[in-house]
Design a protein around this ligand. Structure first.
Ligand SMILES: [Zn+2]
Length: 174
């Protein structure tokens, strides 16, 4: 259930905080471009939703692509480490880091669906393809707070805007 905005914002915020407070003097490895790519990757697992619509238009259905399937596995995220390490090895560190943040964005999305609730209704197949066992905590659902997700979106957005204003002067960031 985390809404699209929550997925994108939380991923961007974490990557941006990492860049500001941990990388500090090594920021050249992570540009604002990298932060944007991370945000898009944070939504990427839900590509299974439009894919299913499109397949549905043609009367097709591929179980592997059902919502909460392949794109909601850690395996899908880990695949991006391969090009990441290759680019890093050949001295194209910045491009390598693009792939590392894609991996992070995907796995963080899967974690949010697992922990907060949502997307993958039955749960997340953490160990696919080794096992199809699904796992879930779905915190909001178990607390009966499903309707809170829109409010959470707003709070995250406001909190982040405040941080950006304080940290960079927001006009620099746009
Ligand atoms: Zn999802």
């Amino acid at each position: 259930m985390p809404l699209a905005v929550t997925h994108v914002l939380l991923t961007i915020i974490l990557v941006d905080l990492f860049r500001d407070y941990i990388l500090k003097n090594h920021k050249r490895y992570m540009t604002l471009h990298t932060v944007m790519i991370a945000g898009i990757a944070g939504l990427m697992p839900d590509i299974d939703i439009p894919l299913n619509w499109i397949l549905g238009l043609f009367g097709k259905s591929i179980s592997f692509l059902h919502h909460g399937g392949f794109t909601h596995t850690a395996f899908f995220g880990l695949i991006f480490l391969i090009p990441g390490f290759i680019f890093w090895k050949i001295g194209k560190e910045k491009i390598g880091v693009y792939f590392f943040v894609i991996c992070f964005g995907i796995i963080f999305h899967v974690f949010l669906d697992f922990f907060v609730g949502g997307g993958a209704y039955e749960g997340v197949m953490w160990f696919w393809p080794l096992s199809s066992q699904v796992y879930k905590i779905h915190l909001l659902g178990s607390l009966g707070l499903q309707n809170l997700s829109a409010g959470i979106d707003a709070l995250i957005l406001l909190g982040w805007l405040w941080h950006e204003e304080m940290k960079h002067k927001i006009s620099d960031f746009i």
